[in-house]
Write a protein of this length. Structure first.
Lengths: 250, 250
């Protein structure tokens, strides 16, 4: 990640890790290719097997390589690149990328709104709301764990549908005639806790790109508050921003 | 993070962690307040000291609490919330938030461009470029580790300045008359490697919000490529997006 930064004051495994990560980033080891085996790495870097194993473990943790049982260690496919320029749903995003979107329903129920959920939906804390939890997949790979909170009235209608088939945005807009107009996004990098890790089939502590999204129809009342926990090893988001003014400072 | 998800099939520490995280999120334990001590938590949740310690370690790793030596465990201040709506620099962003921005220069030198750096600056791999590495601080807290890559000609001018004082955007725009027009952003959640962790004074594996940014002046030639490694426990980004079309699917 910080090529050229290698310093003899870094631990050996970190130096080897940086060299291998740079070789993956610059295409020396392209996606889908096999990393040299332990013996080759031990010889090339003149380090111990323990060091090589630590290095490979770190590359796995960073999502750069994966072990295929009995076959070796392979460079992972590049991340799914999603535009962050318009309010769009998961199915729309995956269709735009030519990927097949599916969903696994984890839970749907009426719950009292916590302080933070209530604030996002502009309700009093403790008000009953509908919470829907789903794992979203692209080409059968779990990509995000989504918690959707809806005000009770519309939520109880939405939850009657087959939520593994019907996108919630489609239901709101087409079935219930509530066209979405815009949304506020809050973006954070966090670590997977036990709940998220289990839902996505990843290790506790793995990097998560968390998007909190509050969506509005024409009026001032929020209609949908979501917490989208994206796997950091699977997605990146891209956008393009114009300069504020000709004079400024970095 | 996933309140209400508590299940007896989760390990005890994860259940306690979820309850405490929810209490922090909903303001029961506001920023700056002290978390109940070990004895109280052991009694309240009827769990072992080992479980309580594991829980608190996880909350620290997630950036929700911090230990103040000899004083106890405290809920951290909320994250710095930065707008992601216009191309702006760190000093501008911090000034808009009423925070004092400073920088620590880690390194500046001429280096051959790696494949990925060359691609972003539209140069041939191996072309010499200027790399500047800085730690950016807000009110003396390290917020991000920035790697800036500039084409050699403008880079060698920029690197002659005091880069702990002069923002690079200001130098480009005001001193060298290269007004920025727009930038491409790529956003990812990753884990801190040893280099990043050391620069920011955080643990290896901590969540990092990585922004890669390629900036342009009026022409098609990129002028500045940056890798900004923001501490996940310190920042969030916000934006607002309009709906693509009235009909779509989530």
């Amino acid at each position: 990640m910080a090529d050229g930064l290698l310093s003899s004051s870094l631990p050996l495994y970190a130096q080897v890790e940086a060299v291998l990560a740079a070789s993956i980033a610059d295409g020396t080891y392209p996606p889908g290719s096999r990393l040299p085996n332990e013996e080759s790495l031990i010889e090339r870097f003149a380090v111990s097997r323990t060091t090589v194993r630590q290095t490979v473990q770190n590359l796995i943790r960073r999502g750069l390589v994966e072990i295929r049982r009995g076959k070796g260690t392979f460079v992972t496919q590049p991340k799914i690149t999603q535009e962050l320029t318009e309010l769009s749903g998961f199915v729309e995003d995956m269709q735009a990328l030519g990927r097949r979107a599916t969903a696994r329903l984890v839970d749907k129920q009426v719950v009292p709104a916590s302080e933070s959920v209530a604030r996002q939906l502009a309700l009093a804390a403790g008000t009953l709301v509908v919470r829907i939890q789903r794992v979203r997949l692209a080409d059968n790979v779990p990509i995000s764990f989504d918690e959707t909170y809806l005000p009770r009235e519309i939520g109880e209608k939405v939850m009657e549908n087959d939520l593994e088939i019907e996108p919630i945005f489609s239901l709101l807009e087409q079935k219930y005639n509530m066209p979405l107009v815009e949304a506020e996004y809050r973006l954070e990098a966090v670590s997977a806790d036990a709940v998220i890790a289990r839902a996505l089939g990843i290790a506790v502590g793995s990097p998560i790109f968390l998007i909190e999204r509050t969506s509005y129809c024409a009026g001032p009342q929020p209609i949908d508050y979501e917490r989208l926990y994206y796997r950091g090893d699977q997605v990146r988001f891209v956008t393009r921003l114009a300069r504020r003014s000709p004079a400024g400072g970095l």
